[in-house]
Design a protein around this ligand. Structure first.
Ligand code: GLN
Length: 470
């Protein structure tokens, strides 16, 4: 099988499609990363494709997977939820349209935690996705299907969304790169909203050059998303990385995670970067602030899924109230229900200043602390998750433990800053990634350091995937 690690080179020509489908069907049996796979659906006729753009097609012929909360015309858009089981998107998200214009081809929709809520992809209403390195472990979440599909070699890149770590955490679990761009750098038009002020569309890839090309393609101002901005309008304060800050407080890290960071620090020193310890004490408040804000926004965003405007409608109901109650009761999973309840709780009248407004103040304070830190450093190195990919089910982490473990990823969402998860060394059976954060709109610094470390870090080599490649 090793010879077939890049099946897509030939496959997007009609004669290759059958082989590509077989390849993915065979390999994805164990990994279960795709909810829907059809390389022909989005291609259109060759004339249509030729007419799409006169721009240079930087991603010509590259197939890609799309998290199932991003709209791709004629594909389902379930968000991993039963409530949207029958929804087929009539339009393309802006990021998808830009990729199509650059010649890339969306080939399928990837599995995810329902509405992006979770860190394992076990919260999908459809199936659980397995880590390609060790099938007994989770792929991470919520973009776990995208990470696993890339890691298993089914697609060269995939789109995901990151509201609290959902691109970076599965990327780290599966040993691929995962970019969470600056808030607003990529249009959210066509992304089904979970927590609008925190989330962003980003990408995962095994190859850093492909990831950079994808980011360059999808970024930019979009009239359909009022929060989008043009990264080119920002003054670039830093052109290159000289000093890398390392988070001083690394308590509570699993031994493998700590080791991965030590290896990264050594690699950074070897590559000639200066290292400086940085302390960010407010990071301890990131998780409560994040879950307060994310749940509040989710309770408002998910109100539209009521069986009338969107969502499966129950077969019989007594009256409109009963219809909505049944639609939500049958359509939403437990985690989603919990967060909607939590969101309405923190927003209820008379209590907003105790929870929601306090969380917003903490959010501003965290952002100020990061801004101050970036006066002395160019990038910050920190963990992605305190432990490597955990086991499925009871042997793994409880939903509450998973939330506490979002400490290192949620800061980028609360502050809007970009973060890149890098594939780390394979320790025991799974890779253990690490994360770099940068000042707003300084994604180029993330790519610079990733490239500099490429040769010195032991990477998650496909040969180390016994479960899938044997
Ligand atoms: N673990 C985070 C959550 O459950 C991840 C969210 C995300 O980025 N979609 O909310």
């Amino acid at each position: 099988m090793a010879a077939q690690t890049r099946p897509w080179n030939e496959t997007l020509k009609p004669e290759g499609i059958k082989a590509y489908k077989q390849f993915v069907a065979e390999r994805d049996k164990q990994v279960a990363s795709f909810l829907e796979f059809d390389p022909l659906r989005a291609q259109g006729t060759s004339n249509e494709r030729a007419a799409v753009s006169t721009k240079s097609k930087t991603l010509e012929g590259l197939p890609f997977g799309v998290k199932d909360n991003i709209a791709v015309k004629n594909f389902h858009l379930t968000c991993g939820s039963k409530i949207l089981e029958s929804l087929v998107s009539p339009y393309n998200a802006t990021a998808i349209q830009k990729l199509l214009d650059a010649g890339a081809v969306p080939v399928g929709k990837t599995n995810m935690d329902e509405f992006g809520m979770g860190s394992s992809t076990d919260n999908s209403a459809y199936k659980t996705t397995n880590n390609p390195h060790d099938l007994t472990r989770v792929s991470g979440g919520s973009s776990g299907g995208s990470a696993a599909a890339v890691a298993a070699g089914l697609v060269p890149f995939a789109l995901g969304s990151d509201t609290g770590g959902s691109i970076r955490q599965p990327a780290s679990f599966c040993g691929v790169y995962g970019l969470k761009p600056t808030y607003g750098a990529v249009s959210r038009y066509g992304l089904v909203a979970y927590a609008s002020s925190l989330e962003v569309v980003g990408a995962l890839a095994k190859d850093i050059t492909i990831l950079e090309n994808v980011y360059e393609t999808i970024k930019g101002l979009d009239g359909r998303d009022q929060t989008s901005t043009d990264p080119n309008d920002f003054p670039l304060l830093k052109k290159e990385v000289k000093t890398v800050g390392v988070l001083a407080d690394r308590s509570g890290l699993d031994g493998m995670q700590a080791k991965s960071l030590e290896i990264s620090i050594e690699a950074l020193k070897k590559a000639g970067f200066a290292i400086k310890e940085v302390s960010l004490p407010l990071l301890d408040y990131a998780v409560p602030a994040y879950y307060t804000i994310a749940s509040a926004e989710a309770s408002a965003n998910l109100a539209r899924f009521n069986g009338i405007r969107y969502g499966n409608r129950p077969i019989y109901s007594e009256n409109p109230d009963d219809l909505v109650r049944q639609a939500r009761d049958q359509g939403f999973g437990d985690e989603v229900k919990l967060r909607i309840l939590l969101g309405t709780f923190v927003l209820r009248s008379g209590f907003q200043d105790q929870y929601y407004l306090r969380a917003q103040k903490i959010r501003t304070a965290i952002r100020n602390q990061f801004d101050r830190a970036f006066e002395d450093i160019d990038l910050l190195l920190l963990p992605v998750f305190p432990i490597p990919a955990f086991k499925h089910g009871d042997l793994g982490m409880t939903a509450f433990q998973q939330k506490l473990a979002d400490k290192y990823t949620t800061a980028a969402n609360l502050t809007g800053l970009p973060g890149l998860s890098l594939p780390g060394p394979v320790l025991e059976s799974v890779p253990v990634g690490m994360q770099f954060m940068a000042p707003a709109m300084h994604e180029h610094l993330l790519f610079q350091v990733a490239r500099a470390l490429q040769s010195s870090l032991p990477s998650a080599d496909p040969a180390a995937y016994p479960a899938v490649y044997s």
